[in-house]
Design a protein around this ligand. Structure first.
Ligand SMILES: [Zn+2]
Length: 311
């Protein structure tokens, strides 16, 4: 099997509250700050509440979604008094944790999120060939047994990558649900905390020279989104997620399967030719983004054996 060696991960950032009402991440970061977690082995650990104004008012954001503000265009835009708060905040975070794409950027950024969807624990990453992220996923999947652990890959070029983990040289989002926004549930909090602890353990072992075996990984690759049926004039939704789809994230959706139940009682069926895997089913924050659920394709990929390069 192919073997890859990569530089040590000397700076790690763990960020919560990027969405101010996703409470597990807020409390994981606050707990790490209370316990003064500032180092793991030879690596420094920075903890950040990404959107403090939104956390204070327990909303996803105040002016605009911070986790869509990390594209090169927005990070290099001119900020004025009229700019949304989150655009200025994204640029501050880019100075603190990036600059994105530069040698000064943190080596690993973990951004913590919750979803109202029944997704279990998902690692979301931008690249099919970021061996650090893929090995961290493999490690977390092996260690966490309290809920399903899956990997979602978004194949987007770095300049267009819009979410905060793209500031780091390596970046993952840890997305855990179901948890209502504004609420913290112990089972969801514990799974997230364990995923963060396992990530930091992996970093410590990597930096101290452990060799991580490669192998095959099952991944979900993002394909498309499906919106609710909407009234053509008012744009109001005219149906809810069908009871046979609700809570069935990552269960294969075939042509003809029910996806919506209209408010007048009619069933809407999936018409796609290709069977795909739904996820983010009925995510509360996506109503305004015209997304009822997302669809993914399942793939197997092979990752190489990995170890640190100390030269
Ligand atoms: Zn989020």
């Amino acid at each position: 099997m192919e073997q890859v060696s990569l530089p040590p991960l000397s700076r790690v950032a763990v960020c919560g509250g990027t969405h101010g009402n996703e409470m597990s991440g807020v409390y994981v970061v606050r707990e790490m700050q209370r316990q003064k977690v500032e180092k793991v082995g030879s690596a420094s650990v920075t903890t950040v509440i990404s959107n403090p104004r939104a956390v204070e008012v327990c909303r996803r954001y105040t002016d605009t979604d911070l986790n869509r503000c990390f594209t090169d265009d927005i990070l290099s835009s001119l900020v004025t008094d009229a700019s949304p708060y989150e655009v200025g905040r994204a640029q501050e975070l880019n100075i603190q944790l990036g600059p994105k794409g530069s040698a000064e950027a943190v080596d690993l950024l973990c951004d913590l999120h919750n979803t109202t969807s029944n997704m279990g624990l998902c690692i979301i990453s931008y690249s099919f060939s970021d061996w650090v992220c893929l090995h961290i996923y493999k490690h977390i999947q092996k260690k966490i047994t309290s809920m399903p652990v899956r990997l979602i890959l978004l194949d987007i070029p770095l300049s267009e990558a819009y979410s905060q983990e793209s500031l780091g040289k390596h970046g993952i989002a840890i997305e855990v649900g179901p948890q209502p926004h504004g609420v913290v549930r112990a089972d969801i909090y514990n799974a997230m905390k364990e995923a963060v602890d396992q990530t930091l353990d992996w970093v410590k072992d990597f930096n101290s020279g452990s060799v991580f075996e490669g192998g095959k990984l099952e991944v979900f690759t993002f394909m498309s989104v499906v919106d609710y049926p909407r009234h053509p004039e008012t744009n109001q939704i005219m149906a809810a997620i069908h009871p046979q789809l609700q809570d069935r994230d990552f269960c294969l959706l075939q042509k003809g399967d029910p996806i919506f139940l209209s408010f007048s009682g009619e069933t809407v069926h999936y018409e796609g030719e290709e069977p795909l895997y739904p996820f983010f089913v009925n995510e509360r924050a996506y109503y305004e983004k015209n997304i009822a659920f997302r669809l993914a394709r399942k793939k197997m990929i092979t990752i190489p054996c990995l170890q640190v390069n100390k030269d």
